[in-house]
Ligand binder design. Structure first.
Ligand code: ACO
Length: 334
């Protein structure tokens, strides 16, 4: 049902979930030729959570959503839209509808959105369009990934980086001032081959002259240095553009909330924007790179520990495969 056209958007609750199984750098060093020293000094990562057979993208997401709905004081039955940002669905046809069913969000339409590690930021902007046009009033946005399913556990260049998790936020139409202040989203497919989780198939003949290609997705491949250079150059740029659209200065940013890929990337982006380290949110030491989950997972920790306060201005930016990148400036709370 349509309500206020040009309604404002507020982020009113968050939640997260991570698998119980934890793998530290020491244990990884028994699997591939690496060390805690190499991993922590190059990336800032010390541990990562890994989904066991008990976990699924769906179960982690449902838990994160329940926590977010409880914080927001919103009933699942009142949610209009569920957006699941993920690259690792339980089902390629989409996992959002299963989450909708398990939450009891009976009136919500639910679908998946794929934009790799930019998924949460792309999802936040997508969700806000439905609210702004007056189409929907309450949206549940999930960022969740189980990259361990697609990690080559014999490749030390990538397996040390990734972990599993889920985070969610509740967005609502607000009659007060709009809390989503500005955004900028970008894509560049010319660099697509620097980070892939690609389908690889073999040709199979069905009948005379008619063939199909069948196969599976192959483990993650990445050109680490190229991604590093891309992130350090493009992320500050996109944050500056989003700040311009938000009519805010860098000094007005209370928190820099970047995709948790690598501490060195966070530090370099902070340096380029002259944002001091106490404003840079980082929890990758505990979780590694959880792709679409990393921003809401870190947001949830900072909100629940009382560091982020209502009205704080957050500059969030995602970047990753596609390549895709984007930033959104918003104020936390109602
Ligand atoms: N342990 C020990 N040695 C290693 C490891 C490891 N885990 N991985 C690589 N090395 C070795 C390499 O083999 C190489 O050895 P060589 O010189 O004998 O050939 C040496 O270390 C240096 O390798 P580089 O790849 O040059 O290492 P670099 O300093 O660039 O660090 C890293 C690699 C951490 C991946 C870095 O490039 C990076 O952080 N890039 C960004 C990646 C990223 O953030 N990706 C995720 C973003 S997108 C998304 O989230 C999906």
């Amino acid at each position: 049902m349509l309500h206020d056209v040009n309604a404002g958007v507020a982020v009113v609750g968050c939640g997260s979930a991570a698998p119980a199984v934890c793998l530290d750098n020491e244990a990884l060093s028994q699997m591939v030729e690496t060390s805690d020293e190499w991993i922590s000094s190059r990336t800032g990562i010390r541990k990562r959570r890994l989904a066991s057979s008990e976990d699924s993208l769906r179960s982690l997401s449902v838990q994160a959503c329940q926590n977010a709905l409880a914080m927001a004081g919103v009933e699942a039955a009142d949610v209009d839209l569920i957006l699941l940002a993920t690259s690792t669905p339980d089902d390629l046809f989409g996992t959002a509808s299963r989450i909708q069913f398990e939450l009891g969000a009976t009136k919500a339409v639910a679908f998946d959105l794929t934009a790799a590690c930019s998924g949460f930021v792309f999802g936040l902007v997508t969700a806000s369009q439905f609210i702004r046009t007056g189409a929907y009033k309450t949206v549940l946005l999930i960022g969740a990934d189980v990259l361990s399913r697609w990690t080559d556990w014999s490749d030390r260049r990538t397996c040390v980086l990734f972990g599993d998790g889920a985070g969610a936020v509740v967005l609502q139409a607000t009659e007060g001032s709009d809390r989503l202040l500005g955004f900028e989203l970008r894509s560049d497919g010319s660099l697509n081959s620097s980070l892939n989780l690609a389908f690889q198939g073999e040709t199979r003949s069905l009948v005379d002259g008619k063939t199909v290609t069948q196969g599976n997705f192959q483990p993650i491949t990445m050109n680490g240095q190229e991604i590093y250079r891309f992130a350090v150059r493009r992320v500050p740029e996109v944050i500056e553009k989003a700040l311009f659209r938000a009519d805010r200065t860098v000094e007005q940013v209370d928190w820099l909330l970047l995709h948790q890929a690598n501490q060195r990337i966070l530090d370099a982006v902070g340096d380029r924007l002259s944002i001091p380290s106490h404003k840079i949110i980082s929890n990758m030491a505990e979780y590694g790179n959880t792709s679409a989950a990393s921003i809401p997972l870190a947001l949830d920790e900072w909100v629940r520990t009382g560091k982020i306060q209502s009205g704080d201005t957050i500059a969030a930016a995602g970047f990753g495969a596609g390549l895709t990148w984007g930033a959104v400036i918003f104020q936390w709370g109602r």
